[in-house]
Design a protein around this ligand. Structure first.
Ligand SMILES: [Zn+2]
Length: 275
C-alpha cells in the first residue's frame, strides 16, 4: 500500500512504476513510455485528461512524420558542425529546434517572446591571480569590439566568467501543449573564447531570424489576408499578446469546470487568437 502501491498506466494499461509515472488530471497516471510519445516540450501534464494525452500523442506522430517527410529546411542555424540548433523552413514560416531528439515544428508567429539567458559567476581571488589561460578572453568579452558585434545581447560583467548561455523561447497557444523551450548554446563543459563567441554568434543569428520571419508572416497576413492562418500579428510585442492568452486560459478553466462546451470553447478560442 501507499508509496509502493502498483499503479497502471491509464492509457496503455502497462505498469506505471513509481519513478517513471506521471500524474494526470483526475489523479491517475500515465507511464514513461506513453509520456515519451508526446512532445518533449509538453508542459502541465498534471492538467491533461487521458483524451488530451491521446490527442497530443497523435499530433506528435503526425509532426514527426511531417518533419521526416516534408519539412523543407532551407536554413540551419548552428553553433558548429556538430551542434545544429534551429532548422528553418523559410517558405512556410516554420522552425524546429534540432537539439531535440524528435524536433517539434512551430510557426514563427507562435513565438510570444524570447530571451538570451547568460549565467556568469564572479572570479575567485585565485582565478583573478592566474588569468594566464583566459585573460585574453575576459578582455575580449568586455571590449567594445565584442559589444558592437552582438548588439542587444547580455554581456559578461567585469570580474566574472561566463558559465552558461541558453536561448529561451516562450510560445503561445500550440498543439504540442508546449510553453517554453530552453536551448543550451554552450554545450561543452568548458567555455573557451571560441565557444563563447560561437554561442553569441548563434544567439544573434536566431534573434535576427526570429524577427525577420515574424515580420514576414505579419506582413503576409496583414497584406492580402492570404498565406498563413493563425497569425495574431507577429509584429506585436509579447505584452500585447498576453491578453488573449490569459483569456483563453480562463476559458479553459470554464471548460474544465463544465461551464462551457468543447464547441463553445473552440469557437471562442479561435476568435480570441484570430485563428
Ligand atoms: Zn502507458
Amino acid at each position: 500500500m501507499g508509496l509502493f502501491e502498483k499503479k497502471q498506466c491509464e492509457l496503455c494499461g502497462g505498469k506505471a512504476g513509481l519513478l517513471t509515472r506521471y500524474k494526470i488530471q483526475g489523479g491517475g497516471y500515465i507511464c514513461g513510455d506513453c509520456k515519451s510519445k508526446m512532445s518533449p516540450n509538453v508542459e502541465g501534464i498534471g492538467d491533461l485528461s487521458v483524451e488530451e494525452v491521446k490527442d497530443l500523442i497523435a499530433y506528435k506522430e503526425e509532426n514527426d512524420r511531417r518533419f521526416n517527410e516534408d519539412f523543407n529546411m532551407t536554413r540551419v542555424i548552428m553553433i558548429d558542425d556538430r551542434h545544429r540548433i534551429m532548422g528553418v523552413s523559410e517558405g512556410t514560416g516554420e522552425f524546429a529546434i534540432l537539439t531535440d531528439n524528435k524536433p517539434d515544428i512551430f510557426r514563427f508567429d507562435q513565438i510570444l517572446s524570447y530571451n538570451v539567458d547568460l549565467s556568469t559567476s564572479p572570479l575567485s581571488e585565485e582565478e583573478k591571480k592566474k588569468t594566464q589561460g583566459w585573460a585574453g578572453l575576459l578582455d575580449y568579452l568586455l571590449s567594445d569590439d565584442f559589444g558592437s558585434k552582438y548588439p542587444g545581447l547580455p554581456r559578461c560583467p567585469k570580474d566574472c566568467k561566463i558559465t552558461d548561455m541558453h536561448f529561451e523561447i516562450y510560445l503561445g497557444d500550440n498543439d504540442f501543449h508546449a510553453e517554453k523551450m530552453r536551448i543550451d548554446l554552450i554545450p561543452g563543459w568548458s567555455s573557451t573564447e571560441s565557444e563563447i563567441d560561437r554561442a553569441y554568434s548563434c544567439a544573434y543569428e536566431m534573434v535576427n531570424c526570429i524577427n525577420d520571419q515574424k515580420n514576414k508572416l505579419a506582413n503576409m497576413s496583414g497584406g492580402n489576408g492570404g498565406g498563413y492562418d493563425g497569425s495574431t500579428g507577429g509584429g506585436q510585442t509579447a505584452a500585447d499578446n498576453t491578453n488573449p492568452i490569459e483569456q483563453v486560459k480562463q476559458l479553459k478553466e470554464l471548460l474544465d469546470m463544465g461551464a462551457l462546451t468543447q464547441e463553445e470553447f473552440d469557437a471562442k478560442k479561435k476568435e480570441l487568437l484570430g485563428l
